[in-house]
Design a protein around this ligand. Structure first.
Ligand SMILES: [Zn+2]
Ligand SMILES: [Zn+2]
Length: 193
């Protein structure tokens, strides 16, 4: 814990996530970021975010819900769910995604649903989920996508397979996060090979 470090609330949404998934996300976030993490009691998924036509949840509505329901003292409320989530990504009206965050915003949401696609094991899916958490929180801190291939802030283009090629935050991204005051000095990636 860092006194004065931004408070990040991990907010489970819907059915309970396996403790190993929460541990993987917590471990990855605290490996890279100088933040205080707390895990909030689970919240129900809001019915108004359900997109019946595709039987999944609209991520931008979950972001609004997380700001409304989450702790007011949180810098970011990071929703975690196992249901499939989607948003509009032109030209697609309803496009399935791994996660969504508002740039420099107060909420982000991650789904483990697509992390499990063609995963070699549950451990592999968990690593993808944890990388997605690091990526989305980077957006919450104001970072846009990084042009460096292999950087966790590189644009995933909506494919979970991209996460398999990303093992660390590049130096440029680390410098930007340091300027914002949220980079852990000398951070060692838990994903480095
Ligand atoms: Zn992104
Ligand atoms: Zn980078």
């Amino acid at each position: 814990m860092h006194a004065g470090a931004p408070l990040i609330v991990l907010q489970p949404l819907g059915a309970a996530l396996p403790p190993a998934e929460l541990d993987a996300v917590s471990g990855a976030l605290t490996a890279f970021y100088a933040v205080q993490l707390v895990i909030a009691p689970p919240l129900e998924l809001p019915k108004r975010a359900f997109y019946a036509k595709r039987q999944r949840y609209r991520a931008e509505k979950l972001l609004e819900y997380l700001v409304a329901q989450g702790r007011p003292d949180a810098r970011v409320v990071l929703g975690l769910t196992s249901v499939d989530i989607s948003t509009t990504k032109a030209p697609h009206e309803d496009w399935g995604i791994l996660g969504l965050a508002t740039l420099d915003g107060r909420s982000a949401v991650l789904s483990s649903f697509r992390c499990k696609r063609a995963a070699q094991s549950t451990a592999h899916a968990r690593v993808r989920f944890a990388k997605t958490a690091v990526h989305e929180l980077g957006h919450s801190f104001g970072l846009d996508h990084c042009p460096t291939p292999g950087c966790i802030m590189h644009d995933g283009e909506g494919s979970v397979l991209t996460t398999d090629t990303e093992h660390d935050l590049c130096q440029g991204t680390r410098t930007r996060l340091t300027a914002i005051g949220v980079m852990k000095p000398g951070a060692v990636s838990p994903f480095a090979r």
